[in-house]
Write a protein that binds this ligand. Structure first.
Ligand code: BTN
Length: 225
């Protein structure tokens, strides 16, 4: 069920405060957000025409791999609806034409995973991010049905329990945006230069450092060079 709001500060903040009024997989959707949040406490610029929504999932068995599985569900849903070839940027960004198409914010509170998603669908991207972000409309010159996209994503997430994780990771490795790219990662205060490789079956990113050391990355921040 999709619950629609004209304007909310943030669909994720709203659902976290009001989750007891809603069921697992109910969707809170807003046309506009006044305080949209992205990861690491940054602002998510929320324009009209974006898909802006949040839902929650209960009883998560493997929290660490969830961002990857959600990213996969979103990527497949949009590929199926638009027939566009998308790329997956570990841990859970989806890229189109070398630009960011959407953002996913996974927050674990009291054993529930709140999944907030912002997709550039029928909007033009905000001035401040137009060099690094793109919308489906800007790319295809067409408009899309946002509820259809949301419903497909929710169905894909519900199906995850029956899917084989190895197949999901194989699919994502074919679409691995970072593969062979130079990256630098920050672990604590330390910055390491490396080349990104495949995503491993447990959802970590394999990297080869400049000192030829192989590391499986579970946390940290990735910057492309
Ligand atoms: C990111 O790329 O860092 C994640 C961005 C997540 C944005 C969405 S929009 C709907 C939901 N409400 C928020 O305040 N944030 C998420």
């Amino acid at each position: 069920m999709i619950y629609k709001f004209e304007t909310l500060a943030s669909t994720s903040d709203y659902l976290k405060e009001n989750f007891n009024k809603y069921n697992e997989f109910d969707v809170i959707r807003a046309n506009l957000q006044t305080k949209g949040r992205s990861r690491r406490g940054n602002t998510w610029y929320s324009n009209e025409g974006m898909a802006l929504f949040t839902f929650y999932i209960e009883n998560i068995k493997n929290l660490l791999i969830m961002p990857i599985l959600i990213g996969y569900s979103v990527l497949r849903a949009i590929e199926d609806i638009t027939n566009i070839d998308l790329f997956f940027k570990w841990t859970n960004d989806v890229y189109l034409n070398n630009k960011k198409l959407l953002g996913i914010l996974c927050e674990n509170v009291d054993n529930k995973l709140f999944v907030g998603i912002g997709i550039n669908v029928n909007n033009n991207v905000h001035e401040n991010v137009k060099d690094i972000a793109i919308s489906l409309k800007e790319y295809t010159k067409k408009e899309f049905d946002i509820d259809e996209i949301i419903n497909k994503i929710i169905n894909n997430v519900k199906k995850l329990n029956n899917e084989n994780i190895d197949n999901i990771i194989d699919y994502l490795n074919k679409k691995n945006y970072l593969y062979n790219k130079k990256i630098s990662i920050k672990i604590g205060n330390k910055k390491i230069d490396a080349i990104a490789k495949n995503i491993s079956n447990d959802g970590r990113l394999e990297i080869i450092t400049n000192d030829n050391e192989k590391i499986l990355l579970g946390i940290g921040e990735i910057f492309e060079k």
